[in-house]
Design a protein around this ligand. Sequence first.
Ligand code: SF4
Ligand SMILES: [Zn+2]
Length: 274
Amino acid sequence: MPNGGSDCCGTCIFNKANRDKGQEPFCEVRNFKIEDPYWTYCNNHPRRNPLLVRTPRGPVWTAIFAELDSKPFSKELQIPPNLLPPKGDAMYVRVPFCGGIRPYQDGTGVCTICGEECMYTVSVEPLNHDKKFFCSTAHYFEWWFNFCPEATMYREERPINADSLKKRLEEISKSLSDAEAELRTEGDKQRIVELLLKVDDLLFDLGYGGVDLIHAAIYTENPELNEGFSPFILRLQIDLSRAGNLLQQDILDIESVLTCLYDIRDVLKKISSK
Ligand code: SF4
Ligand SMILES: [Zn+2]
């Protein structure tokens, strides 16, 4: 396994080649032929998508040497956090494709954003455009956010405000409590999945959808390391992951699902009282 991270298309259940070894690597969520599955990533990977949502979430990323992660984002740049990749491993950082084209680490070039002449660059050659070079992943992101089609629908996005967040949390909590009652009498799996997807969507909207579960597990052991929502959001992700796993079993373990639903409601309550 390459050390750009194991959460890649090479291990993803949505890659056709992982179900049938005779097939070419192909993403069934995004409908594209995967050229380099061990160096390609996205938020729909089961590691960050415990309910196996098939709607594409954010862009596809590749991995670039961490040496190019040398500059901070400019203060004016407001990229919604759900577009940013999870932290890669120590040696690599992830950067998004542009119009389906993979960026690469490259040799000498002049940065499109700051004009710096560099020996090592990030480069990309978008369809019908000249090749572009960048001094750093931060300047690539800056250009990407303003130029590439993957970012279009997010450019005007504003964070959810506290009031609408609380309202959505209350609605979801109420639906989950109804679902618990139903589950005790009918065991309707599909309805539970739909409700959990709402919680999952909310997490993604909040910008926490990209939190890697490995990191989540580390952080929840040390909640004092985090402030504000983080420990609860991470707990929520783990609860969702447990519920997702139970719902994928052939025989529904209703008591365990009920425990998860109860935990999820408890976390939602704690988030809304923040
Ligand atoms: S692009 Fe995303 S969903 Fe598709 S195979 Fe790769 S990791 Fe899985
Ligand atoms: Zn630059």
